[in-house]
Design a protein around this ligand. Structure first.
Ligand code: DGL
Length: 272
């Protein structure tokens, strides 16, 4: 019997900012032996209001940075990037496995066997129609609605997650859905899991909420196992956090998305 093969190189994870830390946290739980290198482009967040050309250019620079760090695979922990830039990234970096978050969210939504699905996300995610196309590719009979909620990202970054202002913003985007709820609500933005409790309260249990962070971690775990890419089970994984800007409240806000203290956060430049 040949000895088991392990790959101890880190997994690269990136997002426009700190929202993707919800995915990094799920990966840490699912893959305790893996090293996780997280890049947040905090200098240029948000991506969700930018043009596809800018999002693609930024995403290429994010992936190039992680490649220079020697990662074995990359997770685009950003729905905006996963909606707009995946094809371009696969073309630019053909040898590197790059996984997005949309597929995981779509699989979780399909598993719920709903008839009517609402997806909320950034303007770029909604304009790309990525969720509707992926859901209809499997089940064309589904009723899929998508709603852009751009003000939720700055609220999440400021930690205004369960405040009268939060509920005013929900009213702005979601009051019609509250009157006439669909079966499930997919949180199609990595910033939105911090609103989960407030959203459950807002909808009063009237619809099921799905966030893709855990589903994404399971997808990555399966991918590593199937491709003999996993780290040695004897190794304890470490996490490193790289950000392109360090706002004064970075520790507090990163900790909120990660669900624990982030520890050292390293400021980096994407310039070569
Ligand atoms: N993380 C982004 C996403 O999941 C939201 C923040 C942004 O607009 O850059 O779409």
């Amino acid at each position: 019997m040949s000895p088991a093969r392990f790959d101890n190189r880190p997994i690269g994870v990136f997002d426009s900012g700190i929202g993707g830390l919800t995915v990094a946290a799920a990966l840490r739980r699912a893959l305790p032996n893996e090293d996780i290198f997280y890049l947040g482009d905090t200098e240029r967040v948000p991506y969700g209001n930018k043009s596809p050309e800018s999002i693609i250019r930024f995403a290429r620079q994010d992936v190039a940075f992680l490649m220079r760090k020697g990662v074995k695979t990359v997770v685009a922990a950003c729905n905006t990037v996963s909606s707009v830039a995946m094809e371009a990234l696969h073309k630019s970096y053909p040898g590197l496995p790059i996984l997005g978050v949309i597929e995981a969210g779509v699989d979780a939504a399909l598993a719920a066997e709903a008839e009517r699905i609402t997806v909320i996300g950034t303007r770029a995610t909604v304009n790309s129609d990525s969720y509707r196309r992926a859901l209809h590719a499997v089940n064309p009979g589904l009723i899929v609605e998508t709603l852009a909620c751009p003000l939720l990202v700055p609220l999440a970054e400021e930690g205004v997650c369960d405040d009268p202002v939060t509920f005013h913003v929900f009213d702005l985007y979601l009051s019609e859905l509250r009157r006439n709820p669909s079966d499930i609500l997919v949180l199609g933005c990595t910033h939105y899991p911090v609103f989960r409790k407030a959203l459950e309260h807002y909808f009063g249990g009237g619809l099921r909420i799905i966030d893709s962070a855990n589903a994404c971690a399971e997808m990555v775990k399966k991918y590593l196992a199937e491709n003999s890419f996993g780290a040695s089970p004897r190794k304890k994984g470490i996490s490193r956090f790289f950000m392109t800007d360090l706002p004064s409240n970075i520790q507090e806000s990163a900790g909120r998305f990660l669900g624990e203290e982030a520890g050292r956060v390293e400021k980096v430049s994407l310039d070569v």
